[in-house]
Structures are given as structure tokens and as C-alpha cells.
Design a binder for this molecule. Structure first.
Ligand code: GLN
Length: 477
């Protein structure tokens, strides 16, 4: 195997023993990118790109291992544009807390950023001003989104591991479409400082990796309280590697009946059923549960997320950041900057969100959505009072064709049905590879647990993974 094909934990063993040099890992990644990225477009290639020749000889826990970072996480001295024209040329004067933490742990920040849907709006990475990312398993299909660049890079061995962000599924759904592992931590577990905000009450940064052990290592490195993010929680970070016990005997796993309804692809259904049976044979006790407010998750999410997005995006007016349209008149300059700088989906969301927050409609839409959000959270509380975790599909379908849903926003929104409740409830969830369709497209199994119980996710996901081979299968690219 080439170095770029190994997992982070496999590389760490070699780096520590000195049998592999960190420069060699970077070289292997560059060679792979050179070979396949013109087909995949997982990385945003900007004119200012400088190869990171002088890899710092850092020791630390992570021995200069390069981490690929989504384009909405601020990296000092490296452009961070959210794949939007409106942030063209924006180079942050500071870095996100997750980046400082990774550097402190000894990691190297890979100098190319990962492609994404503009401002993380989307489920397919087609809404990027740098063009869409292609799925390494089938170049005619989307990689999922919005962290599609991060997931495709990991799946195609163009990255060892990566950071994504998840507001309504943007880590888990692309992980599922690309056959890799993706985890959304509990809201408050990981600092959002330096993550360019989409919907502040839902956003979390998390890992996209080749296996569960890597997800545990990367989550460990980025978790913890941060005085710069008032929503980060001051609670000890457990040693996640201790959760990899390979044992789930006696665990109570709930299967939400509302997730197995019409509209679900029949092949995905049968792959998930087999995965659930596997959990049973590994000793878990599996029972059907109910999350009765699931049907409201999509409308509630698309009110709250767009409302918060419209407010967060108000700052992009051509004055402080990125792109500025030419005009002698200030108001005209604002208008033209926003008209020319934002893509269609960003505009759609700004308009929807502004409407939902406007006088006379606030109570009917935003406030009501917040109330239903509480009911969705209570559904989970009730289940977790009796169950250790919930297992479900990550997405109702495998990766769909490029262009298939791009002109039908509603169809695109509905594809988020299984991931967004988790963000609304603030709980953690992981997606792991659990099989393939006949066309060789990966399917992801989603595991959810109660707040701050990432340990349960690692335990169940690792046990499943170590007793199956799905995570070892690579695309033929
Ligand atoms: N697909 C969802 C959306 O379009 C989620 C995106 C995300 O998690 N950033 O909003």
C-alpha cells in the first residue's frame, strides 16, 4: 500500500518509529492529487497555492500528519472562502480554535482546502463556485454535501483525514455517499470559533476519516471548552480510544420506525437491515422505537437554518471581506456586491430566512419552529432514557447523479430527512460504511447517542467495523 492509502493511526505508528518520514506522507498525497484530482475536484486550487515544502519536524501526538480542512474553517495565512465568490481572496487574520488545537497536537494543516457547497448550503457539493466535486466511486455521481470535498478526498486517498462541518448532515451524508466515517459531535463539544457561521445553533465541526479509530483520535484532538466560543461546554473530554472495546454485548439499540418509510431506496433498506442484524449477532438487543416528530424535522430545520443563515450572511456586503462590486454609490455597491457575489442557493436561503424572521411572520414561522424543535429533542430524550443508542440509515438513497436534483431544491432538502433531527436535538451521531448497492455505491449506517456520549458512538461503530470488511474496500479509481 502507498502511504496515502494508510489510516492516520497506521501512519502514526510508522512516524513514531521513524520508519516513515512526514515529508514522504505529504509527497504521497501530492502525487495522488496530481493523479486523480482533476477528475474529482475535491480540492480548491487557487492561484496562490504554495506547496508546503518545509514540513515542520513537530513531534506531539500527531507527528506532523497532514489534516485536510474544509474551506469554511479559518486557516491563518491560507485563503478561506466558503467556496463563494463573495469571499474571493479572503485570507483570515486568525485561525479557528480547532486549527490551533491540531497544530498544538503536532498536526500539519494541509495547504489545500477542501471543496464544499457555498457557505455549506447543500447536500451535493454542486453549489461551489469552484465547480462540483465528483464521487470517487462513480464520477457521474455527487459525493454528498456540503463537506463533499473532505469526504471525497479521504475516500480517494487524497487526504489522510479531514475536517468537515455539520449543520444538518454535512459530515455524515457525504461520509455515507463516499464510503468513509463521519462524526458530528454534540453541540458544544467542539469550538465553533473560526468556523464561518451558517446556522449558529446547529453548526459543529467534526472528523471525516477512513476508520473509527481515526475518528476517535481526531475528535479527541479538537474537542474541549474554548473561552472564545460561549456555546462550547466546559466538560472534560474523555479518552475516546478507551471506548474502542470491540464489545457491544447487552447494549440496547433502538431502531426508529419513522425512518423506514416510503421514499427510502429498497437497496439501502436491505443493506441497513443486514447491518442491524449484524449488531444483533454481536450481542446488542435491538428493538423498534418511535421518534414521532420526525416528519416535522425538514420544515423546522429549513426555517431555523435559513433564518440564522440570513442573519449570519448580513455581514458580507463588500466592505470588510472578499469581493466588492464597483460603484460610486454606497448602497448600490452593497446591492451589487451581494447580487454578484452570492450564488443562487445562498440567495434563496437569505430570502427565505429573512421572510421567516420578518415582522408579522416571526411568531408564525421562527418561533413555532423553535417549539417543534423542542418536541424533536424530547423524542430523543425519551428514547435515550431506555436505550443506549439509535441505529438508522444516514441517507434514504445512495449517491445520486450529478445534476439530478440541482434544479429541484425541495427534492434536495428532503434528502436530509435522516440527518437533521440530530442537529436540531444537539446530539452526536456517526456514519460508518455498512455495505454497497448493486451499482457499487456505498451505504452508511448512522448511530446516534445522547448528548456528550460520543463514547457510545465510538464503541458501537468500532465494534461493527472490526467485525465487517466494508471500510477496507476502496474505489477502483
Ligand atoms: N444539506 C443541509 C443543508 O443544505 C445540511 C447542510 C450542512 O449540514 N451544512 O442545509
Amino acid at each position: 500500500m502507498e502511504l496515502n492509502q494508510l489510516t492516520a493511526h497506521e501512519l502514526l505508528v510508522r512516524l513514531k518509529s521513524g520508519s516513515v518520514a512526514s515529508e514522504a506522507v505529504q509527497e504521497a498525497l501530492y502525487a495522488r492529487i496530481e493523479k486523480v484530482d482533476s477528475k474529482i475536484n475535491a480540492y480548491v486550487r487557487r492561484a496562490d497555492f504554495r506547496k508546503n515544502d518545509a514540513v515542520n519536524k513537530k513531534q506531539g501526538l500527531l507527528f506532523s500528519l497532514p489534516v485536510t480542512v474544509k474551506d469554511n474553517i479559518c486557516t491563518e495565512g491560507l485563503n478561506t472562502e466558503c467556496c463563494s465568490k463573495i469571499l474571493a481572496g479572503f485570507c483570515p487574520p486568525y485561525e479557528a480554535t480547532v486549527i490551533s488545537k491540531l497544530k498544538k497536537a503536532g498536526a500539519e494543516i494541509f495547504p489545500l482546502k477542501a471543496n464544499m457547497d457555498e457557505f455549506a448550503f447543500g447536500s451535493s457539493t454542486e453549489n461551489s463556485c469552484f465547480g462540483p466535486t465528483h464521487n470517487p466511486w462513480n464520477l457521474g455521481c455527487v459525493p454528498g454535501g456540503s463537506s463533499g470535498g473532505s469526504a471525497a478526498a479521504v475516500a480517494a486517498d487524497e487526504a489522510i483525514w479531514a475536517l468537515g462541518s455539520d449543520t444538518g448532515g454535512s459530515i455524515r451524508q457525504p461520509a455515507s455517499f463516499c464510503g468513509v466515517v463521519g462524526l458530528k459531535p454534540t453541540y458544544g463539544r467542539v469550538s465553533r470559533f473560526g468556523l464561518i457561521a451558517f446556522a449558529s445553533s446547529l453548526d459543529q465541526i467534526g472528523p471525516i476519516t477512513k476508520d473509527v479509530e481515526d475518528a476517535a483520535i481526531l475528535t479527541q484532538a479538537i474537542s474541549g471548552y474554548d473561552p472564545n466560543d460561549s456555546t462550547s461546554v466546559d466538560q472534560d473530554v474523555p479518552d475516546y480510544l478507551k471506548s474502542l472495546t470491540k464489545d457491544i454485548k447487552g447494549l440496547r439499540v433502538g431502531i426508529p420506525k419513522e425512518y423506514f418509510v416510503e421514499g427510502m431506496d429498497s437497496e439501502v433498506k436491505s443493506v441497513i437491515e443486514q447491518a442491524v442484524n449484524k449488531l444483533k449477532t454481536l450481542g446488542a438487543s435491538v428493538k423498534e422505537v418511535s421518534l414521532p416528530h420526525t416528519e416535522y424535522a425538514v420544515p423546522v430545520y429549513y426555517i431555523i437554518a435559513t433564518a440564522e443563515a440570513s442573519s449570519n450572511l448580513a455581514r458580507f456586503d463588500g466592505v470588510q471581506y472578499g469581493y466588492r462590486a464597483k460603484s460610486d454609490n454606497l448602497i448600490e455597491m452593497y446591492k451589487r456586491t451581494r447580487a454578484e457575489g452570492f450564488g443562487d442557493e445562498a440567495k434563496r436561503r437569505i430570502i427565505l430566512g429573512t421572510f421567516a424572521l420578518s415582522h408579522g411572520y416571526y411568531d408564525a414561522y421562527y418561533l413555532r419552529a423553535l417549539k417543534v424543535r423542542t418536541l424533536i429533542k424530547q423524542d430523543f430524550d425519551r428514547v435515550f432514557a431506555e436505550f443506549d443508542c439509535i441505529a438508522a440509515p444516514t441517507s434514504p438513497t445512495p449517491a445520486f447523479k450529478l445534476g439530478e436534483r440541482a434544479s429541484e431544491p425541495l427534492k434536495m432538502y428532503l434528502s436530509d430527512i435522516y440527518t437533521i433531527s440530530v442537529n436540531l436535538a444537539g446530539i452526536p451521531a456517526i456514519s460508518i460504511p455498512c455495505g454497497f448497492t448493486k451499482d457499487k455505491l456505498p451505504v452508511g449506517l448512522q448511530i446516534m447517542a445522547g448528548s456528550f456520549n460520543e463514547e457510545m458512538l465510538f464503541r458501537v461503530a468500532h465494534t461493527f467495523e472490526q467485525n465487517t470488511e466494508w471500510h477496507k474496500i476502496k474505489s477502483s479509481l
